[in-house]
Design a protein around this ligand. Sequence first.
Ligand code: UTP
Length: 410
Amino acid sequence: MTDEQARAKLQAAEQEHLLAWYDTLSEHEQYDLLEQIDALDLDLLDVFRNYKQNGEPDRGELAPMGALTIPEIEQNHAKFETAGLDAIRQGKVGAVLLAGGMGTRLGFDKPKGMYNIGLSKPLYIFECLIQNLIKVVDQAGAFVPLFIMTSEKNDEDTREFFESMKYFGYNPEYIHFFTQDTAPAVDADGKILLESKSRIATSPNGNGGWFASLVKAGLLNFLQREEIEWLNVFAVDNVLQKIADPCFIGATILSGCESGSKVVRKAAPEERVGVLCLEDGKPSIVEYYEMTPEMTTSRESDGSLSYNYGVILNYLFQTKKLTELLHNQLPVHIVHKAVPYIDQNGEKIRPEYPNAYKFESLVLDLIHLQDSCLSYEVERFREFAPVKNAEGVDSVISAQELLRRNGVAL
Ligand code: UTP
C-alpha cells in the first residue's frame, strides 16, 4: 500500500492521526506502518459505533439445559471410553490448545504456558498439559495431533520454549503451531490507538477465530487429508485439563450430538461462570452477568439450580461443521481494558485503569451455531484448576492446591 492509499483509507474512516509521525519515521518503519494500515479491518469501527449506541445485543429466549451427569457417565464409562479410544486410534481426533491470550490478569510477561507452577522443581503450565495428553496417548497407543494457537505477541517465545523443553516428551511431528489474528484498540471516541509512532496498538482478537486462523495457516488440508473428524479445543490455563479425554469423546460421538462441552456443577448460584443453556431452542452459553436474579436463583423440583452447569473451556467440535460455519461471522465483543499508547505529543502512557476498547470474538459463541451440544459433567476438583490471577480466586495458589490434591508432585 502506498502512503496516498493509506491516507485515503484512513481519511474515509476519520483515522488520519495514525499517520501523524509518518514523515519522521525511517523508511523501514514507514513501510511497516503502511503494512499495518493495509491489514486494518475498519469494519470494526462500525461495530464499536453500534456498541456505543446500543450496547451488547439482546439475547434470545433462554431456557435451562440439563447435562449428562457424573453418575450417568460412570454407569456407561466402559462403553464411552472404548468408543473414544477407537476414535483416537483411528486418528479421528485432534486437540487444539488456545494459547494466544495475553494473560494480563496473571501479570506474567511471557506466554502463560511458560509459567512455572512448581515449588521444589520446575513444572510449567505447558508441561502439565502435555503430561495430561501423554496419559491418553499411552492409553490409546496412538498420538493425538496437537494444534497450538499462538498470537503475534507470543508466537516466537512459545515455539522456542517448546523446542528448548524438547516438547515435554511429545512427538514434535504431531505438534502444529499456528498464529491468530490481531485487532486494533480504540479510545472512547473510536480513534485507533498507536503504541509507538510506527505501530498501531493491537492485541489478539479473542479465541473465537481459532478455526479461521487454523485454516488461514493452511492446516485445513491437513485435517481433511488425515481425516481428523473431531477437534477438542481447550484453554491454556487449566492445569488439570483433560485433553482428548476418551470418555468425553466417546460419550459425544455416541450421543449423536454435533458438539460437546465439559461442564462443572456451579459452586454457588452467583458463581461467575458462563452457563450452558438453550437460547431459542439451540445450545448457547450465557455469561453470569447476562442472567437475571430470577434465572440465577431459579431451582428445579429436585432442588438443583436450573442454570446449573458452568463451562470450563473444553469443547469438542466436528471439523465438517466448523468448515461449513467458516463464513458465519461470530459476534464481536467489545472489552474495556488498560492499553498502553502514545498521546498526541508522542509520549508513552501506561494507564493503570481501562482506557481503551478491544475487539474479541469468543469460542463460546461457536456453541450457539451448533444444532446440538452434549453437556458433559465433570468433577470440578479433578478437572478444573484455572490459573487466571496472581492471587485469590483461580490463582497460582489455588491451582497448586488442586494439583496436590490430584497427586501431582510440585
Ligand atoms: P482468557 O479469557 O483467560 O484471556 O482466555 P487471556 O488473554 O488469556 O487472559 P487475561 O484476560 O488477559 O487475563 C481463555 C483462553 O483463550 C485463550 C487464552 O490463551 C486462554 O487459553 N485466548 C484468549 C486466545 O487464544 N486468544 C485470545 O485472543 C484470547
